[in-house]
Design a protein around this ligand. Structure first.
Ligand SMILES: *[C@@H]1O[C@H](CO)[C@@H](O)[C@H](O)[C@H]1NC(C)=O
Ligand SMILES: *[C@@H]1O[C@H](CO)[C@@H](O)[C@H](O)[C@H]1NC(C)=O
Ligand SMILES: *[C@@H]1O[C@H](CO)[C@@H](O)[C@H](O)[C@H]1NC(C)=O
Ligand SMILES: *[C@@H]1O[C@H](CO)[C@@H](O)[C@H](O)[C@H]1NC(C)=O
Ligand SMILES: *[C@@H]1O[C@H](CO)[C@@H](O)[C@H](O)[C@H]1NC(C)=O
Ligand SMILES: *[C@@H]1O[C@H](CO)[C@@H](O)[C@H](O)[C@H]1NC(C)=O
Ligand SMILES: *[C@@H]1O[C@H](CO)[C@@H](O)[C@H](O)[C@H]1NC(C)=O
Ligand SMILES: *[C@@H]1O[C@H](CO)[C@@H](O)[C@H](O)[C@H]1NC(C)=O
Length: 458
């Protein structure tokens, strides 16, 4: 959740809405595992979610908990001066026609805050279908005003987290400057799904890379009580979901409870891809939030600095943007993240992200998110592309198995098994337009927005 909009901002590509086949009222049967669509050079992952009989793509976010969609006449709002903007500026896909017999939750409002924007509206009941499985009368956000943006095809967010982060609010009026307060906690869509015995109490994910210069394509699978149909090791790392340390009371209600998909990383190893003897391991354990709505891994500052210095040429921290900018053709260091005694090696393809709208490149490894006195580390899409992941509410644990072979919707090269050694070849799959950096792209809008996002994380 916290960084969802970082992903969105980085991919604020003006996709031509008309080039995307309309999804409205398709009668295709959905399947489980549900296929996802990757956008923005595979930094956003969307899945089809039906509200009643209206299908939409929603951003799949393990880091937030609300399911919401923009309604037909929603107002796109300029976050800076609160002026009205044309709907297209919000880059959402199809909008939701509120049924005439819509039941709203009485005396509540909906209002969720992400890094760069907010989405506000009403809390309604809808029959929500994902992967062909219908949750009856689920509480959802029906958004009528948004400063948050889509990716050109999605129409909202599917938050797959725990109840304490849900964003309904008591009362009939909403102060949008304090959306973290006064929250009326409810069961999110997936929680309702398993509590209704419609599926086992876990979901899984396998997300895919996209080929060079392809911004949108098949993005992998979301499995509801099912594993995705991709090859993986059978040696699973098991990580208990932990109480996130240091979160403000507004998130936790002042009690020790699980809020985010947080685990402990035991160590990080980095260095030469070809010479395993030239690698360094830092075994200082730290907590990290597993967040499919964040394209980057965000690790302790010292480690982020050291690893980014090992790109060739080095990735350089940009204060304004809050990211390490790197040449698109840089050679990336090996990176292994250890969880439960298993080291998950990252393919070089996942070490550099190319911004889909501007073409500039940045390291997928960043320093922590800092805001309101809270420091948070993340394992984002860069990590998730290398594993099959399971999020288990029954056991309050996450499980990860390394991807093997090349199967999946677009395939991946190399091995990356936990027994592998991280030395896949050094080619980066990003475009050779790596000189954009030198040409003073600092002032471009998306960088400015990234800065705002970093400044307003919580
Ligand atoms: C939003 O408002 C600011 C301040 O008035 C303005 O500079 C900016 O151009 C506006 N953005 C859009 C997309 O209109
Ligand atoms: C959900 O579906 C059931 C059965 O079709 C229907 O009775 C109910 O009204 C629906 N709920 C909503 C909120 O549309
Ligand atoms: C947030 O509240 C301010 C002040 O009431 C209002 O001007 C603004 O439009 C609101 N923003 C959204 C997105 O509704
Ligand atoms: C609506 O909610 C507010 C805040 O919880 C409460 O003070 C008020 O009494 C409620 N009104 C009704 C009609 O339930
Ligand atoms: C290891 O990482 C921690 C942060 O997690 C840092 O404080 C420490 O300095 C690092 N150790 C070395 C030897 O770099
Ligand atoms: C990969 O996919 C192909 C075609 O779908 C299939 O024939 C093959 O068995 C799969 N291999 C693995 C390792 O899953
Ligand atoms: C890939 O991993 C498997 C299983 O660990 C191993 O047997 C195989 O040799 C590896 N292949 C490469 C190319 O590293
Ligand atoms: C990707 O785009 C760049 C810049 O247009 C081009 O130089 C490169 O050859 C393209 N790569 C592929 C695989 O199409």
């Amino acid at each position: 959740m916290l960084l969802t909009t970082l992903a969105l901002v980085a991919t604020a590509t003006p996709f031509v809405a008309g080039s995307v086949a309309p999804l409205r009222r398709r009668s295709n049967r959905q399947s489980n595992p549900a296929p996802m669509t990757a956008t923005g050079n595979a930094v956003v992952f969307d899945v089809e979610v039906q509200f009643g009989d209206q299908p939409f793509l929603l951003l799949v976010d393990t880091g937030s908990s609300d399911t919401w969609v923009v309604k037909t006449d929603f107002q796109c709002v300029n976050a800076t001066d609160n002026s009205d903007l044309p709907q297209e500026q919000c880059l959402f896909g199809p909008t939701y026609d509120v049924p005439s017999d819509m039941q709203y939750v009485k005396n509540q409002t909906f209002g969720v805050q992400y890094g760069t924007g907010i989405a506000v509206g009403k809390v309604g009941y809808e029959n929500i279908t994902i992967g062909g499985i219908t949750v009856p009368n689920q509480k959802v956000g029906i958004v009528d005003r948004s400063t948050d943006k889509g990716d050109g095809i999605n129409s909202g967010i599917l938050g797959l987290g725990y109840p304490p982060l849900t964003s309904a609010h008591y009362g009939s009026t909403l102060d949008n400057s304090s959306l973290l307060l006064n929250r009326a906690i409810y069961d999110p869509t997936f929680v309702s799904m398993y509590k209704n015995d419609l599926v086992d109490s876990w979901y899984s994910m396998a997300i895919e890379r996209l080929p060079q210069n392809v911004s949108t394509g098949p993005g992998g699978w979301l499995g509801l009580g099912e594993l995705p149909p991709v090859a993986h090791s059978n040696d699973w790392a098991i990580a208990p979901i932990e109480v996130t340390k240091g979160l403000p009371d507004v998130y936790t209600g002042g009690i020790d409870q699980i809020t985010l998909m947080t685990l402990s990383v035991d160590s990080i190893t980095w260095g030469s891809r070809s010479k395993t003897s030239s690698r360094t391991t830092n075994s200082t354990s730290f907590q990290a939030v597993v967040d499919s709505g964040n394209q980057m891994n965000m690790v302790p500052q010292e480690v982020a600095d050291e690893i980014n210095a090992q790109f060739d040429p080095p990735a350089v921290y940009n204060e304004e943007a809050g990211i390490y900018v790197v040449d698109c053709n840089a050679k990336s260091p090996a990176l292994g993240i250890e969880i439960d005694g298993h080291t998950f090696w990252h393919q070089s393809a996942d070490m550099i992200i190319q911004d889909a709208s501007t073409g500039f490149c940045y390291s997928s490894l960043n320093s922590p998110a800092v805001g309101s006195g809270v420091t948070l580390q993340f394992l984002g899409d860069a990590f998730l592309k290398n594993v099959v992941s399971v999020f288990d509410f029954g056991k309050d644990e996450m499980r990860f198995a390394a991807r093997t072979g090349g199967n999946g919707t677009t395939g991946g090269k190399g091995n990356g098994t936990s027994s592998g050694n991280g030395n896949d070849d050094d080619k980066t799959p990003v475009s050779s337009d790596g000189h954009a950096l030198a040409t003073g792209l600092w002032s471009i809008a998306s960088l400015a927005l990234l800065t705002q996002a970093a400044a307003a994380l919580l």
